[in-house]
Design a protein around this ligand. Structure first.
Ligand SMILES: Nc1ncnc2c1ncn2[C@@H]1O[C@H](COP(=O)(O)OP(=O)(O)OP(=O)(O)O)[C@@H](O)[C@H]1O
Length: 750
């Protein structure tokens, strides 16, 4: 998706007549050089240390700029917003020339001033975001180096109104004054996380051809960059009408190779092959992750394979990369806003992580579990999924529409009961954000090393900043009352709303209350135990609510540090410095402010007065908990349990199935469609394109902790999980796992 940089600095260097076209640098009157209004604030161009941007004489100027030049003045843009940090910090400057094309190979080009910042590479009036730079190549002893990038570009011959910007590879060659300068540039790029390809000098290798050239004799690269990531690629050749191979080998693989990835590619030969692979592969051969090429189904198989391993802790630490090549690719589209394979490969290359909730379906009769990342559904949609399998080859991504139309034609109703544990509005404000400590807490906060500082702690009116701010307006302020025995691990959430939450406007408050629950409720959450895990997770699942993407790069790691962080964080599922909502009060607090929490699990349960045992209808014996469960009786048309917004690539951009869901908010979103006629069902799907379906009178939308579904004996027994059809045999329950899994990449929306 083109970011602001494309608007400010369209990739002029790539056009042959770039000298004729001025960049869209905003003038003082807020218009670009060609007179069109600028889409970006002029201040966006400023560095922290304030730059003056001057137009050279042969550049076409906007009217006021031209006047000033006629008066003998240079047109200066002086931006004084010191805080604006679009270009990041200056890393290196120097003079570089752009060598001529192959026709004028000997023409050295004109030297221009070039700058590398923490966010962009700028030369003359051109700018390239570092997010688009994959690697830099240089040869030993040569003055030349090449920047390999995949920036968005429009097709030149298509009018801009129609053409869509696509990522295309561009190799930009530069000549530095000498070889040492090339080394400096390469080192600077490596420090900014770009991979550096080094090749020995061509002449030195040709000289050695005749002689006995040993590997040791070839010069070692002088630039140290991140190590080559080792990954396993699982490719489903059947995905998306069989286009996965073309997508991977044609688009994603070149990007990954350029970034130095060492890949073992395995193509699946049958359904569930990916699951078998993920369950049996030696994880030390792919420490940097498993990349799935296909649709949501293949990711689901890999996830289930990993989580069925003996050592689930180790399995959770393996990040999953996604190259979208399936029919739908709802997970990567919703969570990261990416739908093209090159952007997906780029985000994998950059190596950030997104922590995502994982839900588990458990078959009450057998105790079998199946994990999912996107959606579980029963009713009309699972019936459509079953039928659509017949049309995969013939219709590809359209098979769901064909099967949907057929099922609509002979519409059925689905009998059954559903029980769910709703998420209630927060009372205590014991949520992510600042932690308030009453003024007379005079024990030094850091004393005893009980706080590993990750946020802000408020002591009365004073706010002590303790490292990374984790406050979130939607989640308000957590309160740590004085009588809370932090040190022994006992917390009593206050029942009044926090200052932070009270200060919010009504709409935000509403949103906040819809998304989170009280600390007490956290303790009520029902958890599935993982196969292989002896007790509920020793570490809480982390909670990040896009704040991973939005506010700090706590999970951003390069491949080097990624390995390290995995080793150290173990099961934390993507950053132990995050927030937990599902493992009980103590654990929530632990993650919110990094308190080292050590009471035994049983202690927490007693404090909350909860002892959970799996029995009966709702699966829970405790009386207090039983009372909170809500029961709905069928018939229904559909029941959908969503882990995120569930956007669909095939539909409109505004389409969302669960509009207020977040992939990491520690809750599930339940949608129940009551038994209605064809027209109402059609209305549901049409309204869904605009996210308005939840307002329909026959639709119920709830944020829930757990769901138990009992299908009617004569009803359809299929259930869909992330596009996989599973058979029900009696009741099933759904709830979130205590840990989150990690997806490689980051949201492009932030
Ligand atoms: N070689 C294979 N032959 C037949 N089926 C396969 C093979 N490999 C994987 N499968 C099955 O294909 C199913 C669909 O895969 P996938 O989800 O990747 O593609 P898709 O259905 O086109 O995409 P989406 O799920 O996004 O709609 C998976 O459930 C998997 O079990």
């Amino acid at each position: 998706m083109p970011g602001p940089w494309e608007k400010v600095n369209p990739f002029r260097a790539l056009t042959r007549n770039n000298h004729k076209r001025p960049p869209t640098v905003p003038s003082r009157n807020g218009h670009s050089a060609d007179g069109k209004p600028c889409h970006i604030s002029p201040s966006a161009l400023s560095f922290k240390n304030r730059w003056n941007i001057k137009f050279s004489k042969n550049v076409k100027r906007s009217a006021p700029a031209e006047k000033e030049v006629q008066n003998g003045k240079d047109h200066k843009i002086d931006f004084r917003e010191e805080d604006f940090d679009l270009l990041g910090d200056l890393v290196m400057t120097g003079m570089l020339a752009r060598p001529g094309t192959t026709l004028q190979a000997n023409f050295p080009g004109v030297e221009v001033n070039a700058k590398l910042t923490s966010k962009a590479f700028i030369w003359a009036l051109h700018c390239l975001r570092l997010d688009d730079v994959v690697a830099v190549s240089y040869s030993d002893g040569s003055r030349r180096f090449t920047v390999h990038s995949y920036a968005f570009q429009k097709t030149r011959w298509v009018p801009s109104t129609f053409g869509k910007a696509r990522r295309r590879r561009t190799d930009l060659h530069f000549l530095a004054p000498n070889a040492e300068e090339v080394l400096r540039w390469a080192t600077a790029f490596a420090e900014q996380g770009c991979f550096v390809n080094f090749s020995p000098h061509p002449l030195s290798s040709s000289k050695k051809k005749g002689s006995v050239a040993s590997a040791e004799s070839s010069p070692a690269p002088a630039v140290k960059c991140k190590p080559r990531p080792l990954v396993l690629v699982i490719l489903n050749p059947r995905s998306g009408r069989g286009r996965a191979r073309k997508v991977f080998y044609g688009k994603a693989e070149p990007v990954l190779k350029l970034a130095g990835f060492k890949m073992t590619v395995v193509e699946t030969t049958h359904a569930r092959h990916a699951q078998e692979l993920a369950a049996t592969v030696d994880l030390s051969t792919c420490p940097d992750g498993i990349i799935c090429v296909g649709g949501d189904g293949i990711i689901n198989e890999v996830l289930n394979g990993l989580l069925n391993r003996e050592n689930t802790q180790e399995a959770f630490a393996v990040p999953i990369g996604i190259i979208p090549a399936g029919s739908d690719n709802s997970l990567i589209w919703t969570v990261m806003g990416i739908k093209d394979p090159i952007s997906a490969a780029l985000t994998i290359v950059k190596g950030s992580m997104v922590a995502t909730d994982v839900f588990a379906l458990e078959w009450t009769k057998t105790g079998a579990q199946h994990m999912g990342l996107t959606i579980a559904y029963y009713g009309f949609m699972s019936d459509v999924l079953e039928l659509s399998a017949k049309y995969q080859r013939r219709f590809g991504p359209l098979r769901y529409f064909v099967a949907g139309a057929l099922r609509l034609f002979c519409l059925k109703q689905y009998e059954g009961d559903i029980h769910y544990l709703p998420v209630e509005p927060p009372e205590s404000g014991l949520h992510n954000g600042k932690v308030q400590v009453e003024p007379h807490l005079d024990t030094p906060i850091s004393n005893g090393g009980l706080f590993s500082m990750n946020g802000e702690i408020e002591v009365g009116s004073r706010t002590i900043s303790v490292g990374m701010p984790i406050s979130d307006p939607l989640y308000g302020t957590a309160r740590l009352p004085v009588d809370s025995d932090v040190y022994s691990g006992t917390l009593h959430p206050l029942n009044e709303p926090s200052e932070y939450v009270r200060g919010l406007d009504g709409k935000t408050k509403k949103q906040a209350s819809g998304r989170v629950s009280t600390g007490t409720e956290e303790a009520l959450a029902v958890h599935h135990s993982l196969p292989g895990a002896t007790s509920p997770s020793p570490r809480p699942r982390t909670r990040s609510k896009s704040r991973i993407d939005r506010s700090w790069s706590g999970l951003s790691i390069d491949n080097d540090s990624g390995r390290h962080s995995r080793a150290s964080s173990g099961l934390s599922g993507g950053g132990g410095d995050d927030f937990s909502v599902s493992n009980g009060i103590g654990e929530s607090m632990e993650n919110a402010i990094g308190i080292r929490w050590s009471p035994p699990e049983a202690d927490l349960e007693t404090k909350a007065g909860i002892k959970m045992e799996v029995i009966g209808d709702t699966g829970v014996k405790d009386q207090a908990l039983q009372e909170k469960w809500v029961e709905k009786k069928g018939p229904f048309l559909g029941i959908m349990i969503c882990n995120h917004q569930c956007k669909t690539v095939q539909c409109l951009k505004s389409q969302t199935l669960a509009p207020v869901a977040e992939h990491d908010d520690g809750t599930l979103d339940l949608i129940i469609v009551r038994a209605v006629g064809r027209m109402q069902l059609l209305r549901f799907f049409v309204s869904m394109q605009f996210g308005r379906h939840i307002k329909l009178p026959y639709v119920e939308y709830k944020k829930v902790r757990s769901v138990v579904l009992k299908p009617g004996s004569n009803s359809h027994q299929g259930c869909g999980v992330d596009g996989e059809l599973l058979m029900l045999d009696g009741p099933i329950s759904a709830s979130l796992l205590p840990q989150q899994c990690r997806l490689i990449g980051r949201s492009v929306r932030h």
